[in-house]
Design a protein around this ligand. Structure first.
Ligand SMILES: [Zn+2]
Length: 426
């Protein structure tokens, strides 16, 4: 069944199918909004954020563009397939080129982090079966608003290396029978500037937290590494003793990995922001309250709402994080815990987006139809409507898009699509 037809929106374009596409965009009821925060709402948001990153990272003067610029725009084959589940709850594209960049692309990050989370979870389960415990060590440093991310990140990586090579670290590893570690790198932005930090999951035997001598020694070794690489001074010792190092037991590691790659806060802020008139609410970096930190994708959402400073911060972050690894298993740990797990790159994971359960092909868009969708910046909307209304909804939306004005950036992109197989976005 299709949606109930128009509710008096006489000016709305009507498709030949008799579906008033405006009825597909009625003000959502409370329950519909709640639904929107589920899978399709999340996907739509990710396409929106990816589009913002594409416009920010596109460089008119460059010969080769950042790979996110082309993600989910160019095709691998003839036309763009749209698959949907029979229950109308989910949809996905087929045949699209993926970038696989977890730092820059909200669409690929969604797919890749979910796969990586599953691997870590499986590793933790395997270790628990062997009677082991997983600790969560969190490392950071006292940062200020004046520090550029491109300057501090290389120093931070050096401090981590010094810490890992320290006698203290090696002694703890020996003493508590570590099977290995998984290091997760993250960054947020707050009132005190960039906040890079690492969460290190330590696969060890029970009892490490009881060994306060080892915990204190690790804390001191981390602080010494920060001072050595100029990320802190002796005068900040008290502050660092309290905030730069933390070691927690198993539940914390489980909680960390359960939330890995999820941005629930972003989804709710983004959703709320979309409901107010664009430009009405400028959140602004200066309005970050207390210790609240923004994730990089949140910066994109703010930029889209008119906060240019947030856009500049995202560009700074994008450059600094290029080529860095998000999750790093120490050598041999994955083979030990998950001997049958194939080693796959982020690019491979992003490309092999899983088929949906009981999916069906809803439509295949030709080049000019896909161009239309790109020029109206409507990929997320198309997926949402394809999920809910299937082939007829897709047709109706295409009709409506023809009536809609192309966005400036949309026109810019459309010109470059299907232009002789060019896979860069210049
Ligand atoms: Zn991507």
């Amino acid at each position: 069944m299709l949606a109930a037809p128009s509710t008096g929106l006489k000016s709305g374009p009507r498709s030949t199918l008799g579906i008033d596409t405006k009825s597909l965009h009625r003000n959502p009821t409370k329950s519909a909004r709640q639904k929107d925060r589920s899978s399709m709402g999340d996907k739509k948001m990710r396409y929106g954020l990816q589009r913002v990153a594409q416009s920010l990272l596109f460089d008119h003067t460059a010969e080769k563009q950042h790979r996110v610029c082309n993600c989910c725009r160019s095709t691998n084959g003839n036309g763009v397939d749209i698959f949907r589940t029979k229950d109308g709850k989910n949809a996905r594209f087929g045949n699209l080129v993926k970038c696989g960049s977890v730092w820059h692309c909200a669409v690929c990050a969604g797919v890749v982090t979910e796969e990586r989370r599953g691997e870590v979870q499986a590793g933790m389960n395997a270790w628990a079966k062997q009677g082991g415990n997983v600790y969560l060590m969190t490392l950071t440093f006292p940062h200020t608003i004046a520090q550029g991310l491109g300057d501090v990140l290389p120093l931070y990586a050096k401090a981590e290396q010094t810490f890992k090579n320290s006698k203290t670290f090696k002694a703890a590893r020996e003493q508590h029978d570590w099977a290995g570690t998984i290091r997760g790198l993250e960054v947020t932005f707050g009132r005190n500037g960039w906040h890079p930090h690492t969460h290190v999951m330590i696969f060890a035997k029970d009892g490490m937290l009881d060994d306060t001598g080892t915990v204190d020694a690790l804390r001191s070794a981390w602080i010494a590494a920060l001072i050595k690489h100029g990320l802190a001074e002796n005068s900040q010792l008290n502050d660092m003793m309290q905030h730069a190092f933390d070691l927690q037991g198993g539940d914390y590691a489980a909680e960390y990995i359960a939330k890995f790659g999820h941005e629930p806060k972003l989804i709710s802020t983004w959703g709320a922001a979309r409901e107010v008139t664009k430009g009405h609410s400028k959140i602004g970096l200066s309005n970050i309250n207390g210790n609240t930190h923004a994730t990089p994708f949140m910066l994109l959402a703010w930029y889209e709402q008119g906060d240019t400073e947030a856009g500049a911060k995202f560009v700074e972050y994008a450059k600094a994080f290029e080529g860095r690894r998000m999750l790093t298993w120490s050598p041999g740990l994955k083979a030990k815990l998950l001997p049958n797990e194939a080693e796959r790159t982020d690019e491979e994971l992003a490309a092999m987006e899983a088929e949906l359960p009981e999916e069906e092909l809803a439509a295949t868009l030709e080049g000019d139809e896909w161009n239309l969708v790109l020029s109206r910046n409507a990929r997320g909307e198309l997926l949402q409507i394809a999920a809910q209304y299937g082939a007829e909804g897709v047709k109706a939306l295409l009709e409506e898009l023809r009536e809609r004005k192309a966005t400036h950036s949309g026109r810019h992109w459309a010109k470059r699509m299907f232009g002789g197989g060019d896979t860069t976005c210049h």
